[in-house]
Design a protein around this ligand. Structure first.
Ligand SMILES: [Zn+2]
Length: 108
């Protein structure tokens, strides 16, 4: 390989790497922007976080408890196994989850 070819290959490799990093950063930024947007939304509605909003909705009865659920610290739990029915993943994200007995029921 001639010197100029090596130079070209190295430059190309560096360029590809930079592109990959830029794309990864872009993905992170988009995720970050989405998070910021969600948090902005929550704040506009007067909540500090998704957990805060969820708790308020349960407290006000805007979300009804299922017959087999009870509230603890304003969040729903399963009466049978005591498992959580909600997970707070991020300050801006709360997702429903299944407790142990719901999972067992599903697997049947
Ligand atoms: Zn359960």
């Amino acid at each position: 390989m001639r010197m100029s070819e090596i130079g070209f290959t190295t430059a190309f490799a560096i360029k590809m790497k930079v592109t990959a990093i830029q794309q990864k950063e872009k993905g992170k930024m988009e995720l970050g922007n989405l998070a910021l947007k969600k948090i902005e939304e929550l704040k506009r509605e007067g909540y500090k976080s998704a957990e805060d909003k969820l708790k308020a909705e349960y407290r006000k009865g805007e979300i009804q408890l299922e017959e087999d659920e009870f509230l603890k610290d304003d969040l729903p739990y399963c009466k049978k196994c005591g498992g959580k029915r909600y997970y707070i993943i991020e300050p801006y994200m709360a997702v429903p989850t299944t407790c142990k007995c719901q999972q067992e029921e599903k697997e049947k």
